[in-house]
Design a protein around this ligand. Structure first.
Ligand code: IPD
Ligand code: CA
Ligand code: CA
Ligand code: CA
Length: 267
């Protein structure tokens, strides 16, 4: 994608993100419908749905040849990474949205021929937009984010993870995760994968490890993290696949090998 096209799409995406964010804030105290999906804790609301519909409508009107992948099903059936694809999570952190009325984000990653071009993660209630364009760095609002630090090790790192990883589980060695919790400076669990990615890009946490994310959870985040010199891979070290669910490790590159070699072991 050429720079001018990228800039044009970026301006539209940003404008729509701010508009959608305002619509969400306007509804925050309303009585919206809440449903469940795969289980009783997997929530979706009328606001998730209307927000995704808003983006799909805008994109189809302005960019009819682009494809859309969205969590709530208003996108297209996308089976390859050809062309330009918008990967959208209208509300990432729906549980936080419902229970806390904060700590959730709009996440949009835009890819062209499989290459990440634009990432936007909008912390709606704090009005903080993390944004990035390929090769042009990442920003927190107007401020350019510096490259991730060089002097990082596990002992001085804050690691975000889902607490379930430290419980007995079928997939990974929970004893090693417990060791990671002991060895690191501290752990966090924010309940919004997109924000956890944004915090890695900002350098306020050093890694985020989780066992199951969909493309809309990490599409924007991986672009932002890459722009500050960080890395996003599957938890077994393989490259991520944008068309399916993945285990995810996103982190400061300096601690990648130690995390993979010493703390993440599949059973
Ligand atoms: C969820 C959040 C959560 C993560 C889940 C995601 P949603 O997204 O990002 O932090 O642990 O795996 O599904 O459903 O709130 O958009
Ligand atoms: Ca969801
Ligand atoms: Ca999500
Ligand atoms: Ca969502």
């Amino acid at each position: 994608m050429d720079e001018a096209t990228r800039q044009l799409i970026f301006e539209d995406a940003k404008k729509w993100v701010y508009q959608a964010g305002k619509q969400i804030r306007d509804q925050i105290d309303d009585q919206y419908q809440i449903d469940t999906k795969s289980d009783a804790n997997d929530l979706v609301t009328a606001v998730d749905r209307s927000t995704e519909q808003f983006f799909a409508g805008k994109i189809r009107e302005k960019y009819p040849t682009h494809s859309i992948v969205g969590e709530e099903g208003y996108g297209d059936k996308v089976e390859s990474l050809e062309g330009t694809i918008w990967i959208i999570d209208p509300i990432d952190g729906t549980m936080n949205f419902v229970h806390q009325k904060r700590n959730f984000a709009i996440s949009i990653g835009i890819f062209h021929e499989g290459i990440g071009e634009i990432g936007l993660i909008y912390n709606v209630m704090e009005d903080v937009l993390y944004s990035g364009k390929k090769g042009e760095g990442a920003y927190r609002n107007q401020d350019k984010l510096p490259p991730l630090g060089e002097q990082v090790n596990i002992e001085t790192s804050i690691i975000a993870l889902n607490s379930s990883l430290a419980c007995e589980n079928k997939r990974i060695n929970e004893k090693k995760v417990q060791q990671l919790i002991k060895d690191s400076r501290g752990t966090r669990s924010y309940g919004s994968a997109a924000l956890e990615f944004a915090f890695v890009a900002e350098g306020i946490i050093d890694a985020y490890l989780t066992m199951r994310l969909a493309p809309w959870d990490f599409a924007a985040g991986l672009i932002l993290v890459e722009e500050v010199g960080g890395v996003t891979i599957q938890a077994n070290g393989k490259p991520v696949n944008l068309l399916e669910k993945n285990t995810i490790l996103t982190c400061n590159s300096k601690i990648k090998h130690q995390l993979l070699d010493e703390y993440i072991e599949f059973k």
